[in-house]
Design a protein around this ligand. Structure first.
Ligand SMILES: Cc1ncc(COP(=O)(O)O)c(C=O)c1O
Length: 401
């Protein structure tokens, strides 16, 4: 079989948009209502509508829309009283924002290794990381794959810890009958350009706790109370508001999302059966109890010795040269330059951190360090391709042996 040219440029590209998004943006511009204001005295309607629609979509009581997925993590941490010197346990395998949001609140992230099959936080390792300074846990549903939230919530309750789920990869992921983001005290989402629901930038927080929702709303709108626009700033907050432009696009993207979500899940299963049948390839295993996955990325782990000792870089290059798209996996957090340094913020005691200087050691995070060296991710838009194209990917990988 010749793989030259055959698949080049033939995989779907992201974002997918149409006249609807263009009309929605034009409507905002022509309305002259260029910001959301406050309810009751609000100007534009898109942010308020999106908050309602997204809460409904994720089956949550409340949604607060913000301008990106990083501040979406900061806001609940601040609202839950996480701050100076508190420790927050975070998966080691995630985008830097899951931990930088912790640093931004003056707390200290503590990294947790992952499960080798599901690639998300190994819940059995969490208790060993709890100290008398631990105040919260941030499970990250990487690639949309849910962390074992029932087990994690038991640990959190037993130790009186807050839980903020980072659902930036997990729009529409459902675990044991509940959408992710509804298990913890709050769940956070990103709508950045590559995400499955996007406006280029954007974020949201969901919660079922009405009091927490009010505090988070205030923090994100300069300390104002909802329904009370003006210059009364009841608590300390800042401006994290989503723009009308972002919300207008997101409302249109949300209409398109359910069909894409179904297709991604159908194709992910189709591909999983075929890829797992190749000796030396293992697809990220959906956490037992998962009903639907957001599938922001589709990670596969390979055994180099079964592919003539190929390196990850070579593997990726061969796929890309033949038009098969890949994404870069996140380097484990403990390896990042910014976490080699222990003076991130003035006056914070980082001495307990399990990273920094000599502590940033792969031996202490053996699973994620090994997985990172031999994993490749396919982007979610590949899961919108035809079965024929997916077969091409499978046949191409077989030929690399
Ligand atoms: C797991 C995770 N958390 C948080 C974020 C931050 O989102 P944003 O880029 O919208 O700030 C991202 C974005 O890539 C992410 O992948």
């Amino acid at each position: 079989m010749s793989f030259k040219q055959e698949a080049k440029k033939s995989f779907p590209e992201w974002p997918i948009y149409g006249d609807e998004e263009i009309k929605a943006l034009t409507r905002v511009i022509k309305s002259g209502k260029w910001w959301c204001g406050s309810p009751g005295v609000h100007q534009g309607e898109n942010v308020w509508k999106f908050q309602e629609e997204f809460a409904k979509f994720q089956s949550a009581k409340h949604c607060i829309a913000v301008f990106n997925g990083t501040v979406a993590i900061e806001v609940p941490l601040l609202a839950l009283g996480i701050g100076l010197g508190d420790e927050v346990i975070v998966s080691d395998y995630t985008f830097v924002a899951s931990a930088s949001a912790v640093v931004a609140t003056n707390a200290v992230p503590i990294f947790c290794d992952i499960d080798p099959d599901t690639l998300v936080m190994d819940v059995d390792k969490v208790e060993g990381l709890i100290t008398d300074r631990t105040k919260a846990i941030i499970p990250v549903h990487l690639g949309g794959n849910p962390v074992e939230m029932d087990k994690l919530m038991d640990i959190a309750e037993k130790n009186n810890l807050k839980v903020v789920e980072d659902c930036s990869h997990a729009h529409g992921s459902k675990y044991k009958g509940k959408y992710v983001g509804n298990w913890g005290h709050a769940g956070t989402f990103s709508f950045q350009a590559s995400k499955v629901l996007t406006a280029g930038e954007g974020g949201a927080i969901i919660t079922n706790d009405s009091q927490l929702a009010d505090v988070m709303y205030s923090i994100s709108d300069c300390g104002r109370k909802k329904n009370e626009y003006g210059y009364n700033h009841y608590i300390y907050g800042s401006n994290y508001r989503m723009t009308e432009y972002q919300a207008a696009i997101l409302l249109e993207q949300l209409n398109k999302f359910p069909a894409q979500h179904e297709l991604r899940n159908e194709n992910a299963k189709y591909l999983m059966d075929k890829l797992n049948a190749i000796d030396g390839i293992k697809v990220m295993k959906p956490t037992p109890g998962t009903e639907k996955l957001g599938y922001y990325v589709y990670p596969i782990v390979f055994e180099p010795e079964k592919f003539g000792d190929i390196t990850k870089l070579e593997f990726k290059k061969k796929l890309n040269r033949n038009g098969i798209p890949t994404d870069d996996c996140y380097p484990p957090l403990h390896r990042l330059d910014c976490f080699k340094n222990k003076d991130l913020r003035k006056g914070i005691d980082y001495s307990n951190a399990n990273w920094g200087g000599g502590k940033s050691n792969d031996k202490d995070f053996p699973i994620v360090s090994d997985i990172y060296s031999r994993s490749i991710e396919f982007p979610h838009e590949m899961l919108l391709a035809s079965k024929e194209k997916l077969d091409f990917v499978v046949e191409f990988i077989k030929c690399l042996k």
